[in-house]
Design a protein around this ligand. Sequence first.
Ligand SMILES: Nc1nc2c(c(=O)[nH]1)N[C@H]1C(S)=C(S)[C@@H](COP(=O)(O)O)O[C@H]1N2
Ligand SMILES: [Mo]
Length: 298
Amino acid sequence: MKLNWSDVTPEVDYLSRRSFIAAGMAALATPALGLSGAPSGFSTDEAPNSFEEITNYNNFYEFGTGKTDPANYSGSLKTSPWSVTIDGLVERPGSYGVEDLAPESALEERIYRLRCVEAWSMVIPWLGVPLASILAKAGVRPGAKYVAFRTLEDPEQMPGQHARVIDWPYREGLRLDEAMHPLTIMATGLYGRVLPNQNGAPIRLVVPWKYGFKSIKSIVSITLTDRQPETSWEMLQPNEYGFYANVNPQVDHPRWSQATERRVGAGLLAGRQETLMFNGYADQVAGLYAGMDLAKHY
Ligand SMILES: Nc1nc2c(c(=O)[nH]1)N[C@H]1C(S)=C(S)[C@@H](COP(=O)(O)O)O[C@H]1N2
Ligand SMILES: [Mo]
């Protein structure tokens, strides 16, 4: 594993956390919570965006549609206690506490690229657990083919829900094999800290080879089904947003090209960079779509 980005990122808190871990210490004297996710071989060695960028340029329509709205208005979300209902085709349906689904001792660090369908991207150092480990707790029953996710619906805590831009709650879904893929995680932190509200606290999905809208935030329910679930963006505009939403530079959005992207924070002179098939994760995930027409199943 190559973690040589540390000499190019100025993220001071993160660097100090890393050296802390290296020293084998258990606690941190900074406001960071010192969650010590083990690094994993799945991470990119690209320089992560700064904590500032990752937490102030967000899409989280429950708090407004502007990029700084989530940072400004998500303080009203109460993230603890928080439980996730897991139901449908599972052996042990029920309500699971976040601390049981993603215990600190199980957290892994995953430095992933995030590519929004709007053609910007970032690199984010998540902390989380494989979604597969969460599904194993509930026990997937034979016959389950898809996983459906829902975000909290509570306009009192999520003022953006007073506007009906989306048919709330925000909904997403994955095919079961996508959900079980080792790259698919449920994140509860980033940069060694508890997940900020604007990034989907206390628990959100991260599927790095798909457009960002698949990575649903602040999840309250997970349902195993035998049918492809309805998903928010497809419900809203099916000719523009599909169920699969795999990052694909060869399939343009009807209103803009997906061939290139702007890396947030790279600066005006950096120019745009080429978007990679499956967001650069083709070696790991292309096999999931063997034989499928990805222009049809966008
Ligand atoms: N519940 C919910 N989840 C959501 C969204 C949203 O509006 N509501 N926006 C999505 C989009 S479009 C993107 S690009 C990512 C952004 O994640 P980030 O703000 O943590 O970078 O969250 C996704 N998850
Ligand atoms: Mo997005």
